[in-house]
Design a protein around this ligand. Structure first.
Ligand code: GLU
Length: 502
């Protein structure tokens, strides 16, 4: 039974890399008929940001990843928030102390600094608390049992460190990277537990993954350096480690470095799923949702940042992603974020929406321009505009002429297409249109009949008429636009344009 977890820390808004990690976990779980679990890793109280957990939940819900177990939907492995599991961490840390695999360390911050400075002076800058140096420090390995007990009884601050063995090979198989081998002498005696009663990330993470029976740990590459330590911890507890898969980094569009939280608004695209306002600095960051992205487009785009289906198919519904996804098709190399491609995905999903749904989305914006606009008319407008739009707002912004007559006329088109004979042609068209029924088909027929009769080409009439009606040189089907505007408005616009342009 596959069980995977997404384990964010509520230290700020969820970066889109985090959403990608959640997505791959979700897809892997669903593909394997397993469970997708959300666990909130909130043991680092210094970095706790109010509102971040709510943000994470909202972002995951918007993206469409429903958890099988989470703080909001507890299953039998709860609680799902680490701050509510404190007692467990204490018990398990004690277990490591009792079996001699962890120890108390009483060194103060000053003492540790002093050791680092000394090492630096001796040209050994990377001082570590490890199997060699621990023998010169103040800990339960160098103090007597009585001294240790006394210090603890006195309330001296301490941490509990893992007793990392010297010169042992630590190896594990990563599902994406293959075998990873590290010598334990390169790993320091990491702090597992602090005297404030809080575990560190490493301890809590391993205890929870074990107790929650997690089978696969799928997480970002930034955790790869921690994995050997985690393997050592599993070994110390005598537990079987889960399988690991470390996902590739998401890189900046130019491939230069990791896409960071700061990049988004600077480079002109969101890096967060939803808008976020920092509660302390009030700094605002934009989100995909508010920018007008469909969650399906956002997810489809994310799915390709590190994975590919091995075919040329690019558009995938969530069901199709679940069907196609596998860790074997996740690459090791960093995946470049592509802002244009991201917009392209949204365009595809916008085109797939039906016109009524789009009209609902932009109804309020449209009403602000014209209070009398009906949903039906707006649906027709959306139907016409959607081929060229990337975002729902474009439907309105690019179709300003549906709401008011043009007051200016595209200069280039005027120069090229508004000829001496154009006004009289426009008057003819006006007469023909006046006699026709105002469906797009009837208008087109009348228009074509006129061209044939006069033996003139479309290029002599179409652009001029479009100028009169929209003020622009390009746009969707002119006959549909006229039909939506109606007879009175269309004829009036021809008159008004003739007055202004002649
Ligand atoms: N809490 C860690 C984070 O914020 C989880 C890392 C992991 O998945 O092990 O990314």
């Amino acid at each position: 039974m596959v069980r995977v977890r997404f384990a964010p820390s509520p230290t700020g808004p969820l970066h889109m890399g985090g959403v990608r990690t959640a997505l791959y976990n979700y897809l892997f779980a669903k593909k394997n008929n397993g469970s997708f679990i959300i666990r909130i890793e909130d043991t680092d109280q210094k970095r706790y940001v109010p509102g971040a957990e709510e943000y994470i939940q909202e972002a995951l819900a918007w993206s469409g990843f429903e958890a099988d177990e989470s703080p909001a939907k507890p299953g039998k492995y709860g609680p799902y928030r680490q701050s509510e599991r404190k007692a467990l961490y204490k018990t398990y840390t004690q277990q490591l102390i009792d079996s001699g695999q962890a120890y108390y360390a009483f060194d103060t911050a000053e003492e540790l600094d002093e050791m680092r400075d000394k090492a630096k002076a001796a040209k050994m800058p990377n001082w570590q608390y490890n199997s060699v140096t621990r023998n010169q420090m103040r800990n339960s390995l160098t103090l007597s049992e009585d001294e240790t007990k006394e210090s603890i009884a006195n309330g001296d601050p301490f941490v509990i460190r893992l007793k990392v063995p010297r010169n042992e090979e630590v190896r594990f198989h990563d599902e994406i990277r293959g075998w990873v081998v590290v010598n334990s002498s390169n790993i320091d005696d990491k702090v597992l537990y602090k005297s404030d009663g809080m575990p560190t990330y490493h301890l809590a993470n391993i205890v929870d993954d074990h107790l929650m029976e997690i089978t696969h740990v799928i997480r970002g590459e930034e955790w790869l350096p921690s994995a050997p330590l985690h393997i050592l911890l599993y070994k110390a507890f005598g537990w079987e480690a889960p399988k690991f898969a470390h996902l590739p980094l998401i890189l900046r569009p130019d491939g230069n470095g990791k896409l960071s939280k700061r990049d988004g608004d600077r480079l002109g695209f969101p890096v967060f799923p939803l808008n976020w306002t920092d509660p302390t600095t009030k700094e605002q960051s934009s989100g995909y949702r508010e920018r007008g992205y469909f969650p399906e487009a956002f997810v489809n785009m994310l799915s390709f940042l590190g994975w590919n289906p091995g075919t040329s198919q690019e558009l995938f519904s969530m069901e199709e992603l679940i069907e196609a996804f596998s860790l074997e098709r996740v690459g090791k190399a960093g995946a470049k974020f592509d802002a244009e491609k991201t917009k392209w995905f949204n365009q595809q999903y916008l085109r797939m929406q039906n016109n009524e749904a789009l009209a609902q989305l932009v109804f309020e914006k449209a009403q602000a321009k014209d209070t009398s606009i009906s949903l039906e008319t707006l649906s027709q407008i959306c139907g016409l505009m959607k081929e060229r739009a990337y975002f729902p707002d474009d439907l309105i912004a690019d179709g300003d002429y549906f709401f008011s007559a043009p007051t200016s006329f595209d200069e280039k088109t005027v120069k090229k297409k508004w000829k001496e004979e154009t006004p009289s042609i426009m008057l003819d068209i006006k007469t023909r249109f006046d006699e026709t029924d105002f469906s797009a088909e009837a208008l087109e027929t009348a228009f074509k009949a006129y061209l044939e009769e006069k033996e003139i080409g479309f290029g002599k009439v179409g652009p001029g008429l479009r100028l009169c009606i929209t003020g622009l040189g390009m746009g969707p089907s002119l006959f549909h636009i006229c039909s939506i505007l109606g007879k009175d408005e269309t004829l009036q616009r021809i008159d008004a344009a003739l007055e202004q342009l002649s």
